[in-house]
Design a protein around this ligand. Structure first.
Ligand code: SF4
Length: 76
């Protein structure tokens, strides 16, 4: 299991994450930032747990974010 984390507050709204993986990322018109669909939030960090099989998709999104606010942790 992996945990995808998004420091949403720092998002600059470029939209590259949504373009790369629109099933997981969506731009929010109300504030111009990206949202990780279905995420929970703790300490201002949005997160969602996914199976290891999603790693390749996440790596692609991580690589397109210009300010490196998307990270992934290995849970177990
Ligand atoms: S790629 Fe990064 S900075 Fe750009 S909208 Fe997505 S989370 Fe925000």
């Amino acid at each position: 299991m992996i945990r995808i984390k998004h420091k949403r507050k720092k998002c600059i709204g470029c939209g590259y994450c949504e373009h790369s993986d629109p099933l997981m990322w969506q731009m929010d018109n109300s504030d111009g930032k990206a949202s990780l669909i279905g995420a929970s939030v703790a300490n201002n960090i949005f997160y969602i747990d996914m199976p290891d099989s999603e790693q390749a998709y996440i790596d692609r999104v991580i690589s397109v974010c210009p300010i490196n606010i998307i990270t992934v942790d290995k849970l177990y």
